[in-house]
Design a protein around this ligand. Structure first.
Ligand code: O2Y
Ligand code: MN
Length: 596
């Protein structure tokens, strides 16, 4: 008898959900190659996916979603807890009764004429102490094929689940793909996720944002670990020692690019190499050895296509040449794909993300440029295809983290890099993370959006308690990682980036690992330790000394203004904001007041 049949709770739940959704049949996903071929054939026959040019892009497929179903829908995403306060002031909230009731109406009979696929999946290496098992029920083959890439699925997961191990109950149905009947609901008290009415990305690949971050953060708080919106990378220094860092950036700040960084020639010759562990999510645990260890719970990249090219991210381009699912990019006549900011010129024509005939330079009825690819169009590709992939992604114990990096997109004020004084100060730095709109986003220039630890859309409980959890984690470690803040996005008076970014960011990482190994110098400032110009190796980089000085400067007046904005933001969290965080803000003010 198969393990799944022995797991009475799993059997009963599948039966129960099928009773509500009423599929024509139920198929248990085993994860085999045969099964994959069958699913591909079936979804090709219905047009759910389109086969791409198999000579140029072997194993690659194309999928288009509804035009109003192209991104995570935060306003339809809820945390459903008995008490509203448990969800905190920054999440949408419903009571579990209301949540189930509203969603049941939409799930009822939503799978009539369809198949319900049962996908057992593991976030993290199967059997690792870090890992969590989920089972997603879905009526979308696109979801099954994506989950195959993004997670570990099938029989080995059922074997690990055994007869009575716990699992997250994940239910998804496309239903009518109606935005007015779309809900993404999280029931942390029931270890359950319900998603209905969407067929896109973060809304439906329930292992990703829903389990790994929203429910993950809830479980992490309860069990004493961290579920974070962070890339993980190894920086191999000359001599072969690898320092692992985890880094959190708000969306659209180049997390995937940094995770796959290619060292510029000068640093490559010096002996630097980068090892990619993950580009989006990190699960971190303090070990008995007193240090912090991290895994990437995923097995794939779900990366943004526009802007990805051989210059910005050569490793991503190499990764997505095979076994990749492309969603909402432009389909070329030769059945290859293209996107704005990609390689090569725009094709003379193609079918765009909306399924319409497209030619370069087309203008819509409002005078706006018609795009070939949706700005949030994506590639789903296996981690193992990345040329810089770390050989430790299957390591059950993960990798030891020496540095945590928080990042922002700030046109002014925030220096290229600074190091916090200690763990508590570093947590405060994480709570102040923010992005600033640039001139490219007309009308809103200068607007600051705060996104603590890049977790505002993803923390499954009250953010104030989440900050407290970060503080408590510091007490669990004999040697907590050093915490840094970076900002690649400072602009000069002409609106030009002052720092070249991309591969050159390794020069900043070099200083960061130098600080971790006590070999790099720094100057103490009111906001933290900052490299003096000679502390960064800038050999071969043409950057003038005035620019560098500005990039590493702390403007007392502007920082005093910043503290007012931080204080205003902190009011969002009311009296749940930990005293330590308030004290840190006060400490920053006092240091600024004392400085010249
Ligand atoms: O819009 C979506 O559904 C995808 S969102 C996403 C995907 C991969 C990595 N990060 C994100 C994000 O929003 O942070
Ligand atoms: Mn993300």
């Amino acid at each position: 008898m198969h393990e799944a049949l022995k797991h009475h709770k799993l059997q009963a739940w599948v039966k129960d959900m099928a009773g509500m959704c009423n599929p024509d049949q139920i198929v248990w996903i085993d994860g085999s190659e045969d099964e994959k071929k069958k699913l591909e054939q079936e979804s090709l026959s219905t047009g759910e996916i389109i086969e791409l040019n198999q000579e140029k892009l072997p194993g690659c497929y194309y999928h288009r979603t509804s035009t109003d179903d192209v991104a995570r829908t935060e306003h339809l995403t809820y945390i459903c807890t008995k008490k509203k306060s448990a969800a905190g002031p920054t999440n949408n909230w419903l009571s579990p009764e209301k949540g189930y009731e509203k969603a049941k109406d939409i799930f009822q009979n939503s799978m009539v004429g369809r198949t319900m696929y049962v996908i057992p999946f593991s976030m993290g290496p199967i059997g690792s102490e870090f890992s969590k098992i989920g089972v997603e029920l879905t009526d979308s083959i696109y979801v099954v094929l994506n989950m195959r890439i993004m997670t570990r699925i099938g029989k080995p997961v059922l074997d690990a689940l055994g007869a009575d191990n716990d699992f997250t109950k994940c239910l998804h149905s496309k239903a009518d793909l109606d935005i007015n009947k779309r809900l993404i609901l999280h029931f942390p008290e029931d270890n359950t996720i319900w998603s209905v009415g969407s067929g896109y990305g973060g809304n439906v690949l329930l292992g990703k944002k829903c389990l790994s971050l929203r429910l993950g953060s809830w479980l992490a708080k309860k069990e004493g670990w961290l579920a974070e919106h962070m890339l993980i990378m190894g920086v191999e220094a000359p001599g072969g020692h690898i320092v692992y860092v985890a880094a959190a950036f708000p969306s659209a700040c180049g997390k995937t690019n940094l995770a796959m960084l290619v060292p510029p020639q000068g640093l490559k010759i010096k002996g630097y190499r980068i090892w990619t562990v993950g580009d989006d999510i990190a699960w971190l645990r303090a070990d008995a050895d007193g240090t912090l260890w991290a895994i990437n719970p995923e097995t794939g990249f779900f990366g943004v296509a526009p802007g990805t090219n051989t210059k910005t991210n050569p490793n991503a381009i190499a990764t997505i040449q095979r076994n990749t699912i492309y969603t909402n990019v432009l389909l070329k006549d030769d059945k290859t794909v293209w996107w704005e900011g990609g390689d090569g010129p725009a094709p003379a024509s193609g079918i765009n993300w909306e399924g319409k005939l497209w030619k370069p330079g087309m203008i819509d009825e409002n005078g706006n440029q018609v795009l070939g690819a949706h700005p949030n169009s994506r590639f789903t590709a296996p981690l193992v295809q990345c040329p810089s992939i770390s050989n430790r992604i299957e390591n059950h114990h993960g990798v030891p983290i020496d540095a945590i990096i928080f990042g922002g997109r700030r046109a002014r004020l925030v220096p290229l890099v600074y190091e916090s004084f200690d763990w508590e100060h570093g947590v405060f730095v994480g709570t102040t993370m923010a992005s600033e709109r640039t001139a490219a986003q007309a009308g809103l220039q200068g607007e600051i959006r705060r996104d603590p630890m890049a977790m505002l859309p993803f923390c499954g409980y009250s953010m104030g308690l989440y900050f407290q959890h970060w503080l408590d984690m510091g007490n669990k470690m004999k040697k907590p990682p050093k915490i840094f803040h970076v900002n690649w996005f400072r602009l000069d008076d002409n609106g030009k980036f002052m720092w070249p970014g991309f591969g050159e960011n390794l020069r900043v990482l070099e200083w960061i690992i130098g600080r971790c190994t006590n070999i790099a110098g720094a100057e103490q400032t009111p906001i933290g330790y900052i490299p003096k110009s000679g502390d960064l190796d800038l050999t071969g980089l043409s950057i003038n000394s005035a620019t560098l000085e500005k990039l590493l400067s702390v403007d007392k007046k502007e920082w005093e203004e910043e503290t007012k904005d931080i204080e205003k933001f902190f009011r969002t969290f009311g009296n749940v904001l930990p005293a330590e965080i308030k004290n840190q803000l006060q400490g920053l003010r006092e240091r600024l007041a004392k400085s010249k």
